[in-house]
Design a binder for this molecule. Structure first.
Ligand SMILES: *Cc1c(COP(=O)(O)O)cnc(C)c1O
Length: 383
């Protein structure tokens, strides 16, 4: 059996042709494909606006900038995520407040967040960054209610969940990143994610002011739009109105992203089939897996199991050429955050989850034979 990774991109001839076409066109960077990709992605998740950027981390940074996070502001997030979900607060000098997860969903526990907000004077906290971990859509309606009560903003880290949705209290399917409840949402187009651009990211929103601010901040804070200029010396004239960055994506990457996006539904369907097969195989075996709640459509970026002998299983799988992965080492236990005073033992559920979790191979091109081999090997060694 050839090596089986936990995730991998799926590049087709159609993707290659799309990139070659972009290479032969007039613009390698700021060309027409960026806006086209943004429009198509916004339509895919059901948001009004989308801003394509260099990567998911840049997307998060632009969000905290656009929301005016300043030194000392407090923002709540989950420890079970990729470090960037928390780091974006630090980039602006804000303080990260980790809250523990719900042990069943492995998502930021809304009840704990409620208790934390209620225990402090109003105005203590500025925002919440929930993460659709593994592709499990967060109930953003519940977070919105809290956020409105306490005057907070929400950035949904939807990197794992393009195509996922939850059903709100009115029975409406709310796609991850559609901007109905979160102020801003972000996605990544790193090759292990659903849609690969090499590097790439996207911010979606229904807020026009934030959208326009993001456009400025993405490219140095510079604008040429006549309606926004303070002065106008001629057609060459531009103004740098804010301290922005170069967080642009390229036309080549957007070409790849659009081609990938056209197959997103197909890929998601395959991920669901793989998950169903794992679920059936692990049912009643002692290998614990996560079952999404009613009305929730999981996007299965990851397929996570929880076992008592995680390290042993990880090593055994590796010997059998199966490269499982651990998502995630709780962010508050990272040396950088330890140095800031965050304590091991402070997030018991997240830390207990970390002891047991393992992400099994999950990607659209995983074959039935490969998956069966993974299942058999897991069942042979798991306790
Ligand atoms: C991948 C990822 C990011 C960062 O995206 P990059 O494109 O790698 O910068 C942020 N948050 C989560 C949850 C991710 O999985």
């Amino acid at each position: 059996m050839k090596p089986i990774p936990y995730g991998r991109q799926h590049i087709t001839q159609q993707d290659i042709d799309a990139v070659v076409e972009a290479l032969q066109a007039d613009f390698l960077t700021q060309g027409p494909r960026i806006k086209e990709f943004e429009d198509k992605f916004a339509a895919y998740v059901g948001a009004q606006y989308a801003v394509a950027v260099a990567n998911g981390t840049a997307a998060l940074h632009l969000c905290t900038l656009a929301l005016d996070v300043t030194p000392g502001q407090k923002v709540i997030t989950t420890p079970i995520t990729f470090a960037a979900s928390a780091n974006c607060v630090r980039y602006c000098g804000g303080d990260v407040v980790f809250e523990d997860i719900d042990g069943t969903t492995v998502l930021l526990d809304v009840e704990r967040v409620r208790q934390t907000l209620a225990a402090a004077p109003r105005g203590t906290y500025q925002g919440i960054i929930p993460v659709d971990f593994a592709g499990y859509p967060v109930d953003l309606e519940a977070f919105r209610r809290l956020a409105d009560e306490y005057g907070l903003w929400i950035i949904e880290d939807a990197c794992h969940a393009p195509g996922g949705y939850f059903t709100d209290s009115k029975g409406v399917k709310q796609m991850c990143g559609n901007g109905a409840y979160a102020d801003l949402a972000i996605f990544s187009f790193h090759p292990v994610k659903h849609i690969a651009c090499g590097e790439g990211g996207m911010i979606t929103t229904n807020n026009k002011d934030l959208y326009e601010k993001l456009l400025l901040l993405r490219t140095h804070g510079i604008t040429k739009r006549p309606d926004l200029l303070h002065e106008n010396h001629g057609d060459w004239y531009y103004e740098m109105q804010e301290l922005g960055y170069n967080y642009r994506i390229t036309d080549m990457q957007s070409a790849l992203g659009m081609s990938q996006l056209s197959r997103a539904d197909e890929g998601l369907k395959k991920r669901h089939q793989i998950a169903q097969r794992y679920d059936a195989a692990f049912n009643n075996t002692g290998v614990k897996f996560i079952t999404p709640g009613a009305g929730t459509s999981h996007a299965y970026h990851l397929y996570v199991i929880q076992v008592e002998n995680r390290k042993e299983l990880y090593d055994a799988l590796k010997k059998h050429n199966i490269f499982a992965q651990v998502h995630y080492i709780p962010v508050h236990t990272m040396p950088y955050y330890q140095d800031l005073g965050y304590k091991k033992g402070s997030m018991p559920k997240a830390e207990k989850y970390y002891e047991k979790c393992l992400s099994l191979p999950m990607y659209p091109t995983l074959t039935d034979a490969e998956q069966q081999y993974v299942i058999d090997t897991v069942l042979q060694y798991a306790k």
